[in-house]
Design a protein around this ligand. Structure first.
Ligand code: NOJ
Length: 724
């Protein structure tokens, strides 16, 4: 059977149980177990770890089941299969969607060569809460970044044709608002207005569907009391009917079973009826239906049309993948290790993601001979792969080894000095002694990969273990030093950041982490990443994000104030207006490092922004008209480097309170010293309006819009556009 043919005829021949068997994916990994499930008729399984084993399962499906329907073979290939790319949060920091697309292409080729047909990625959960460990897997706090990077990832995985050998199905997850879990605690309750849901959390999924994502995964959380696995309005009304999503909705692992704990289902039968009727198409992992499709479900519980619709969605995907024509892969061509080309791609990606948070000139290391002390748990660690890698991901080397290769002339001393979970002052004394004999100290600290990703919420966002003490010990020596951070979420750095002359946020960068970091520290690469998530000053400040609403009482200064003597009607000491504004009394205003922040080893100058027109009507915009904003950028420094031009929009007066800024466009470009280029970014209907939260109403309200363009939030130039 070829793509798009005969699916309905096949469904007409299938029994009720055969159909239900197609609507599940099992994650029992052992081949013998999986073969039994497949023989019974199950439609999808997790990857059994080799091309040969996968072929065997496909053979059983095709030769030993009544209709010979091939399998979907699923796996979480989130930022690499063999060649591991930077974690998605780091990829977002590149502000270069090509990084995500390349990861998708390389990952798809590697995974598909072993028989994988379906990845559970990209994750496009906007999150403004770094306590939530899963921020490592997504693209940060901004809706546009998640939309653009998610779409790039979908294109990368799926290629131009799903049936091509290097393409696999993508899965946009977790639909929806999972990143808004209360308290940043994984799996926790979500309750929010439709206004916020539409404008912030649904948009990346709309973009992924527009990009052609074949599947969408339901999220574990509730939205306004209803678990998404059983949320008809979200799964059917919005996703399938309003957006026209023709692919399949898969549940998350045991998400249907979890409906019992949520307290909305009497028993598994009830849970299954509620979720399939709501629009879930495939159940993951719960074995709520037997592998052969036997269950308590009858056509009285669920219409045959709904079941047929779900089966049709699954079979069409199998057809589009070309599995009915040929479900097998060539074991001799299985890619089981990185190649020189995939390593080069991963290195280039890894070099594009680090963010230079601070620098007084300590970085890059000067080219003359130097005595360098490399300390911290990440000095010698190879734990750079990050949150979502399988055991067969290609390991990374250490920063110490990479520095030896990159700069063999350095006199390098390596001492861990601290650990992720302990305190040993003796080790710090050793570091202090070694620092005294060094020209510069590199302090490589962070979070281990296992503290990031699923089920790794943290209430304390500081460096774990005795790492902060190590930074202080090094600072106390007076020797110049730079801090390298390897982690999967924004950290609270306030206890030591003021003491560090230079700080590079390197994230978990994957297989090529060591060389990428070494090349940035030594200046072979000029860093140009920008933060995709704000770094809070304290966990108590969370959520702190750039696109907040103004409130009725915005603060202009934060922190300590002269006490107010509160005496209605009389003047007293203190500033009454400022006292009653929205802020924390014990913190300065705003985050430690804002969204979009990132420095370079060179400098850039900007011309004045120019608009292609200063007035446009809402009708023209709805008809597809755009307004272009152009700005000239010049590399005014001595080194080649990349700049990231950012365009924010503010709608100062609207019928509903708007964010103070919204990122509506960005471009990363490379400039040689002295070179100039003009960047042009277009704004259209979707960029200037908002969802009202009343059904699917989207409006662009006439009035003046402020456009802010520049290298970062606090260095933009404003020009105004009038919408009539
Ligand atoms: C649970 C996770 O939430 C999801 O992201 C993942 O795809 C599934 N497990 C399968 O591993």
């Amino acid at each position: 059977m070829s793509a798009g043919t005969d699916v309905d005829a096949l469904i007409a021949r299938m029994s009720w149980t055969e159909k239900l068997a197609q609507l599940q994916i099992s994650y029992r990994p052992r081949l013998e177990d999986a073969a039994e499930l497949v023989r019974a008729g199950i439609g999808a399984v997790f990857w059994p770890r080799s091309a040969e084993a996968t072929n065997e399962l496909q053979r059983v499906a095709v030769e030993e089941t009544p209709h010979g329907i091939p399998l979907l073979i699923g796996l979480d290939v989130v930022h690499g299969q063999r060649t591991i790319f930077p974690i998605p949060l780091a990829q977002a920091a590149s502000f270069d969607p090509a990084v995500a697309e390349t990861d998708g292409r390389v990952s798809a080729a590697e995974a598909a060569s072993g028989g994988v047909t379906w990845t559970f990625a990209p994750m496009i959960d906007v999150s403004r809460d770094p306590r939530w460990g899963r921020v490592a897997e997504g693209f940060g706090e901004d809706t546009l970044l998640n939309a653009v990077f998610g779409a790039a990832k979908v294109r990368g995985y799926q290629g131009s044709h799903l049936a091509d050998p290097g393409s696999i199905l993508a899965c946009a997850k977790h639909y929806v608002a999972y990143g808004a879990a209360e308290g940043g605690r994984d799996y926790n309750t979500v309750d929010m207005s439709d206004y916020r849901l539409r404008n912030v959390y649904l948009e990346p999924f709309r973009a992924a569907v527009e990009a052609g994502a074949g599947t969408v995964m339901a999220s574990f959380n509730t939205v306004a009391g209803r678990p998404v696995h059983a949320h008809r309005q979200l799964l059917t009304d919005v996703l399938k009917e309003e957006w026209g999503f023709a692919g399949a909705v898969v549940g998350d692992a045991s998400g249907v079973v979890n409906l019992l704990a949520h307290g909305i289902a009497e028993d598994l039968h009830d849970a299954l009826v509620q979720s399939l009727s709501a629009g879930l198409d495939v159940e993951m992992g719960g074995h709520v239906v037997a592998p052969d499709g036997t269950s308590s479900l009858t056509p009285d519980d669920l219409t045959v049309e709904r079941v047929d619709d779900a089966v049709r969605r699954v079979l069409r995907l199998k057809a589009a993948l070309g599995l009915f024509d040929d479900p097998y892969v060539d074991p001799a061509a299985e890619l089981t290790a990185p190649t020189a080309a995939t390593r080069a791609a991963a290195l280039e990606a890894a070099e594009r993601c680090p963010v230079l948070l601070k620098n007084d000139g300590t970085l890059p290391l000067p080219e003359r001979p130097l005595r360098v002390l490399l300390t911290g748990p990440y000095a010698d660690s190879t734990d750079h792969l990050g949150a979502w890698v399988q055991s067969f991901g290609e390991p990374a080397g250490s920063l110490a080894d990479a520095l030896r290769v990159e700069r063999p002339d350095l006199e390098l001393t390596v001492l861990p000095g601290a650990s992720f979970d302990g305190a040993d002052p003796g080790r710090q004394a050793e570091v202090t002694r070694a620092a005294a004999g060094s020209d510069v100290v590199l302090v490589a600290v962070g979070e281990p990969s296992h503290l990031t990703g699923e089920a790794t919420s943290r209430a304390d966002l500081r460096l774990p273990g005795d790492q902060e003490a190590l930074v202080h010990a090094v600072a106390d020596t007076g020797v110049p030093f730079a801090v390298v951070l390897a982690n999967g979420r924004p950290l609270v750095t306030s206890a030591w950041i003021h003491r560090a002359p230079a700080v590079l946020e390197a994230w978990h960068l994957g297989t090529e982490a060591g060389p990428a970091i070494a090349r940035i520290l030594t200046g072979a690469v000029n860093p140009a990443g920008r933060l995709p998530m704000s770094f809070p000053r304290s966990a108590g400040q969370v959520p702190v994000h750039y696109d907040h609403e103004n409130t009725g009482r915005p603060a202009t200064t934060g922190g300590r104030m002269q006490p107010l003597v509160h005496d209605i009607g009389l003047e007293g000491p203190g500033n009454v207006e400022e006292w009653f504004t929205s802020k924390y009394r014990d913190l300065p205003l705003g985050p430690q490092f804002a969204f979009g922040h990132g420095l370079s080893y060179t400098t850039f100058g900007y011309g004045a922004p120019v608009l292609s027109r200063t007035e446009v009507s809402a009708d023209e915009l709805r008809g597809g008209a755009t307004v272009e904003v152009s700005i000239q950028v010049t590399n005014t420094g001595q080194r080649a480097g990349d700049e990231v031009v950012q365009l924010y929009v503010r709608d100062p007066v609207a019928s509903l309170a708007q964010p103070v800024r919204r990122l509506r466009g960005f471009r990363r470009l490379r400039l040689e010293p002295g070179e100039s280029a003009t960047v042009t970014l277009a704004l259209g209907w979707r960029d200037l309006g908002f969802w009202t939260g009343r059904g699917n109403e989207f409006v662009v309200e006439p009035g003046r819009f402020e456009l802010h363009v520049g290298p970062r939030l606090d260095a933009t130039q404003q020009c105004d556009l009038v919408v009539t």
